[in-house]
Design a protein around this ligand. Structure first.
Ligand code: NAD
Length: 361
């Protein structure tokens, strides 16, 4: 493995290997690109089989964060931390040791919750550094980003409807929501309020029952969600659900949902969706409301402005789909290109010299 060749290939600025013997900490912090601002991204705790696997995950996820922020117009860069270890053995010292490493980067990287880490862990990190979000330590501490995520997904669904049907109107449209957790529920709420006909699928029957009580609609078995005839399929549960097994059986012209990594393979499955005439809203574009929320919190942006910013996801999804059609590339490629274009343009602006004492807004 050559760390540098991987870094060059994906465009990373910095990778930091962190260890602390007393706490047993082994972690990697990947800073992809700070053109737009400090690198923001989660801290994942996972028992990676090898250091190579951990590095690969950190590199992949940090680049995804740069692109997500760039396309969403959020002034943050992309970063990701991975702690290599057994999630059931996590403890205070592990996160405090990690927090000191984050602090040593002086704000180039801001950490947050991710897989197997929670508010309590962020609180421990927050005892060692202020470069953490999602902890309840800070005054005005973090709140759940899911409502903003759901609002943004609703906007993205409207954009897809406009592209496919010529109108963003959701009234009377049939939408299947897979996953009725924080995100799926928020999506259901907006769609219901605007008159959509909802179909629910979740492995947790209790959640389906509650959704039916709250919004009416229908339920399908969890494994039948993608074969259900509908106007929109909104995967809001887990990744990898659009793949060579599910694609031939899809009976909806639109796939637009909030789960991360919806496509099992971006290129292969993105192409297959185009061939089948299905419009796909790239996950990281449509679910950027969470990032917009966290970024807003870090900057003290009023909630109303945050919701307005997330509304722009409507235009962004349309821009991505237009570019995809014009350039005959997949929507994910189109989004990636938009992200890189924005980062390059802003990098060019940042070349301008500004005297150290100059006041900037
Ligand atoms: P959650 O844990 O609150 O909810 C997930 C729901 O999916 C649960 O109800 C669960 O029972 C259900 N589920 C799990 N596996 C399923 C399956 N195979 N079939 C059907 N249902 C299944 O999680 P969440 O916060 O709502 O996040 C959902 C997805 O959105 C995740 O992929 C997450 O990474 C992504 N996401 C979340 C946010 C956010 O703000 N929370 C932001 C961006 C992306």
């Amino acid at each position: 493995m050559s760390v540098f060749s991987d870094m060059y290939e994906l465009g990373h600025e910095q990778v930091v290997f962190c260890r602390n013997e007393a706490s047993g900490l082994n972690a990697i912090i990947a800073i992809h690109d700070t053109t737009l601002g400090p690198a923001l991204g989660g801290c994942r705790l996972y028992d990676y089989p090898t250091v190579e696997d951990a590095l690969k995950d950190a590199l992949r996820l940090s680049r995804a964060m740069s692109y997500k922020a760039a396309v969403a117009g959020v002034d943050y860069g992309g970063g990701q931390a991975v702690i290599i270890g057994d999630p059931s053995a996590k403890n205070e010292t592990l996160f405090r040791a990690f927090g000191r490493h984050v602090d040593s980067l002086g704000g180039r990287y801001i950490t947050a919750e991710d897989m197997n880490t929670n508010v309590e862990d962020m609180n421990q990190i927050g005892r060692e550094t202020r470069f953490v979000t999602g902890s309840s330590v800070k005054p005005g501490g973090s709140s759940d980003p899911s409502p903003v995520t759901g609002w943004g997904i609703y906007q993205g669904i409207r954009a897809c409807l406009e592209v496919v049907y010529g109108t963003p109107e959701v009234k009377g449209r049939r939408v299947v929501i897979q996953g009725l957790g924080n995100v799926g529920w928020a999506v259901a709420l907006h769609l219901h309020q605007h008159g959509a006909n909802l179909v629910f699928a979740d492995i947790n029957r209790n959640r389906v029952r509650k959704a039916l009580e709250a919004f009416g609609g229908e339920a399908v078995e969890a494994e039948d969600w993608y074969t259900t005839q509908a106007d929109v399929l909104a995967p809001c549960a887990v990744g990898g659900v659009i793949n060579p097994t599910s694609i031939p059986l899809l009976r909806a012209p639109i796939v637009a949902g909030g789960a991360n990594n919806i496509l099992e393979d971006e290129d292969r499955d993105g192409e297959a969706l185009i061939k089948k005439g299905i419009t796909y809203a790239p996950d990281y574009v449509i679910n950027a409301g969470g990032l917009i929320s966290v970024a807003g919190e870090l900057r003290g942006t009023p909630r109303e402005k945050v919701m307005n910013d997330a509304m722009n996801i409507f235009d962004t999804v349309k821009r991505v789909l237009n570019k995809s059609a014009m350039e005959s590339i997949t929507p994910v490629d189109a989004a990636n290109r938009l992200a890189r274009e924005r980062m390059e343009t802003l990098a060019a602006i940042h070349r301008t010299y500004i005297a150290p004492n100059a006041a900037r807004g």
